[in-house]
Write a protein that binds this ligand. Sequence first.
Ligand code: COA
Length: 273
Amino acid sequence: MSESNTVTVSIENAIATVTLNRPAKRNAMSPTLHIEMADALEKLRYEKSARVVVITGAGESFCAGMDLKQFFVELKDNPPEFDRIFRVATEWRSRTLRYYPKPTIAMVNGYCFGGAFAIVEGCDLAFAAKEATLGLSEINFKHYPGGSVSKALANLLRPRDALFYAMTGRTFNGDRAAEIGFVNAAYPLADLKKEVMALAQEIASKDPDALAATKDGYRFSLEMSAEAALNFAAAKSDQLSMRQKDSWRSEGIGDFLEGKYRPGLGGHKAPAE
Ligand code: COA
């Protein structure tokens, strides 16, 4: 593995932008990229200056999926290494992103194929350029949405849309991605970054512990019985009160009761770091 800097991270105004950085290869995910991404996400998890994480691609692509050469062909005769990279690749796109303690946003700026769908699904929110081209191309090379991709499709898309695109390999644009609920919205490429960063700023102004609880409440209750979800929610509330030193009650509700703001119409400002 002679590559490096396949992932870059910059932090500005509390927003970390994580960029898949192999533009000459359309940001296809090589083994090195998977390892560097796992490492970047691990560091950002504890980076206090980063409240929201935006994932995007360098140049004109978001991500062309798995690096078909470096992963599927070159590791074919090395099962232990294939297994190691497969585990890292699956872990960061599914479990790490799904249960990440900070809000995550996929900014799909261009080509988005195959394994890249798992990145988009793993993020809490996603936005695409209207001009982006997306597709489940696996069937076109005689394969199928493997790894965590099938589960990502099942989580997010309606059955008809998931199977239609997985069985035809047809491409679709950002508007269609929004229409089928794969992304929240599509914007002209020229506006995409501005729109996503404005939303990221809005979310970054919320209380970080409350955001983490919001994510956990949603993500984990999907996997629980109603009884377990209620029990989990009660425990989560206690955890939140402890982490915030009860400020949701004293400031969040207290400031409303003193007439300082209206929570129905806007947020209490997050404490500055
Ligand atoms: N794996 C490995 N290499 C890839 C790649 C991938 N998924 N996607 C692109 N590349 C490489 C190409 O091999 C080429 O390398 P080279 O310059 O050394 O020859 C380079 O990136 C540029 O690709 P190219 O096809 O010339 O660019 P393009 O802009 O004409 O087309 C794509 C871009 C993404 C449409 C096309 O490369 C493609 O179909 N890639 C495969 C997408 C795919 O099926 N992904 C699913 C994987 S799970």
